[in-house]
Ligand binder design. Structure first.
Ligand code: ACO
Length: 411
C-alpha cells in the first residue's frame, strides 16, 4: 500500500473531516461545532493521507502561542484532528503524517508542537512528553463548605447572557490578562472565542444552556464563570449538578466569590469540573477535600521541535548551567549536547562538545518544559540520567514553575 500525504484543500475538507469523525466512532458532531472546526481549520497547515481517491488519514496543526515559564508566548503547532481509517491502521500512516508534520513545523520556525491525545500511549514515540495534567473533581456541596478570604463580599455577581457581544468581549479580555500568568495557557486568536460558548452537551435537553456569571468590583469586571446545570431529582428531593466549563478571576476575592456562587445555587448538590489546574486555589478553600473526588488526567503533550530555541524561550526559576545530552531519534537535528544557562531573567542554549551533566530524551524534555513535571521524578523512574553530581538538582530547580502549567481548553 502506498499513501500520499499532501496538504489539505478546502474542497476536500468535508471528506477529510468525515473520515476523522468516523475514526472517532462515527457519531456526527452538532452542526455548530462542526462549523466552528471548519472555520478554525488552517488548510495550509493540515495534511491528508490519500490512498488513490480515498482519504485514509488526517492531521491538522493550529498556529498557537503558548505561555512558557517566565511569561513569554512561544509559537507552537497545535497538533489536532489526527486519525487513520480503520481499514488502514497499523501500517505506518500515522508515522508518515507525523514525519511530514514535524518537518513542516521545523520549516515554519516553530520551536514547539503541542497536542492533547485521545490515548496517552500514542505520541511518546514521536518525542511528545506529557507536560500538564488536568484536575477533575466532583464536589459534594451538601457536605463541603468554603472558607472565603476577606473582600469576597465586596464582589458583585450578575447572571448575564454568555454570548452577548459585550459579555463575550469582557470574558475574552479577562482571559487574555490571565494567559501570561500560567504556563500552558494559549492566546486565543479571533474565532477561538466561540469555543467556550458552544452549547453544553451538544445542545441536548439534559442540561441547561450555558450560563455566565460576571464578577465586578467598583464597576470593573474581575472574573467570570461559565457553567451549565444538569437538574436531577430522586425521592429525597433535588440533586442537580453544576458543570463548570471555565472560570477566571483577577484576584483571590473575585475567585472565591465565583466559587461560592457555584456552591450556593439552589437544587444542586454537586459541582463537577473536568479541567482545572492541579494547583487550583479552591483546593485550599474547601473544608473537606475527601468529598471532592479529585482525579488527574494527562492534558497537554509537548514536543520540542527546536531544542535550542525552545529552551532559550523560557526562563529558569533558579540559576542553572548544565550540559544536556539529548536523544531524539525522530528529529535527529536535536540530538547531541546543549549547554543551557539561565535564570529568572533569560537563558542561552547552545551546542557544545563539553562533557554532559544530564542525559535525557527529547520526550522527557517535553514533559519538563513547562515546569510541571520534575526532572528529578523522571530520573527516579530511570528516564533521566545524572552524569555530574548535583546537576540533576540544579536542573530540576531551574525547570520548576511557581504555578502549575495548565491547558485551559481542548483543541
Ligand atoms: C492529537 C489528536 O488528534 S489525538 C487523536 C488520535 N486519533 C484517534 O485516536 C482516532 C482513532 N485512532 C486512529 O485513528 C489510529 O489508530 C491512530 C491515528 C491512533 C494510529 O494510526 P496508525 O496509522 O495505525 O499508526 P501507525 O501504524 O503509524 O503506528 C505507529 C506506531 O504507533 C503504535 N500505535 C498506533 N496507535 C496506537 C494506540 N492507539 N495506542 C498505542 N500505540 C499505538 C503502533 O502500534 C505503531 O507502533 P510500532 O512503531 O512499535 O509498530
Amino acid at each position: 500500500m502506498t499513501t500520499d500525504v499532501r496538504v489539505l484543500t478546502p474542497a476536500d475538507w468535508d471528506e477529510w473531516y468525515g473520515k476523522l469523525e468516523l475514526a472517532f466512532g462515527g457519531v456526527a458532531e452538532p452542526a455548530e461545532e462542526r462549523a466552528l472546526w471548519r472555520d478554525l481549520t488552517e488548510f495550509d497547515r493540515s495534511l491528508g493521507a490519500w490512498d488513490g481517491e480515498e482519504c485514509v488519514g488526517t492531521a491538522g496543526a493550529f498556529s498557537f502561542r503558548v505561555t512558557v515559564p517566565g511569561g513569554a508566548a512561544v509559537q507552537a503547532a497545535g497538533v489536532t484532528m489526527v486519525s487513520v481509517a480503520s481499514t488502514h491502521r497499523r501500517r505506518g500512516v500515522l508515522t508518515s503524517m507525523m514525519r511530514r508534520q514535524l518537518d513542516d513545523v521545523r520549516s515554519w520556525g516553530e520551536p514547539l508542537a503541542v497536542l492533547t491525545a485521545s490515548e496517552p500511549a500514542i505520541y511518546g514515540r514521536f518525542g511528545y512528553g506529557i507536560a500538564t495534567q488536568q484536575l477533575r473533581a466532583e464536589i459534594d456541596t451538601t457536605r463541603v463548605r468554603l472558607s472565603v478570604p476577606d473582600g469576597t463580599d465586596d464582589v458583585r455577581l450578575r447572571l448575564v447572557a454568555p454570548d452577548a457581544p459585550a459579555v463575550r468581549d469582557a470574558c475574552e479580555a479577562l482571559y487574555a490578562r490571565r494567559v501570561p500568568a500560567r504556563p500552558g495557557m494559549l492566546e486565543r486568536r479571533p474565532g477561538w472565542e466561540r469555543l467556550p460558548l458552544l452549547p453544553p452537551d451538544g445542545g441536548g435537553r439534559s442540561t441547561s444552556p450555558l450560563q455566565c456569571v460576571l464578577a465586578r468590583r467598583d464597576g470593573e469586571v474581575v472574573g467570570y464563570a461559565r457553567y451549565c446545570i444538569r437538574p436531577d431529582w430522586d425521592t429525597a428531593g433535588p440533586k442537580g449538578t453544576v458543570e463548570l466549563r471555565d472560570l477566571e478571576a483577577l484576584d483571590p476575592a473575585a475567585y472565591a466569590a465565583l466559587w461560592r456562587h457555584l456552591f450556593d445555587i439552589d437544587l444542586v448538590s454537586a459541582v463537577k469540573t473536568h479541567n482545572r489546574p492541579v494547583d487550583d486555589a479552591w483546593l485550599h478553600l474547601v473544608s473537606d477535600n475527601r468529598r471532592c473526588a479529585v482525579t488527574l488526567r494527562d492534558s497537554l503533550h509537548v514536543r520540542l521541535v527546536d531544542v535550542g530555541a525552545a529552551l532559550e524561550a523560557r526562563t529558569y526559576q533558579a540559576p542553572l548551567d548544565v550540559v544536556l545530552e539529548v536523544e531524539d531519534s525522530f528529529c535527529p537535528w536535536n540530538e547531541g549536547r546543549w549547554r543551557l544557562t539561565g535564570d529568572t531573567k533569560g537563558a542561552s542554549c547552545v551546542r557544545t562538545t563539553d562533557s554532559p551533566d544530564v542525559r535525557l530524551s527529547v520526550r522527557e524534555l517535553g514533559a519538563a518544559y513547562l515546569g510541571g513535571v520534575s526532572l528529578a521524578s523522571l530520573a527516579a523512574a530511570g528516564r533521566v540520567r545524572e552524569l555530574r553530581r548535583g546537576a540533576l538538582a540544579e536542573a530540576s530547580l531551574g525547570f520548576a514553575s511557581v504555578v502549575a502549567p495548565w491547558l485551559p481548553h481542548g483543541f
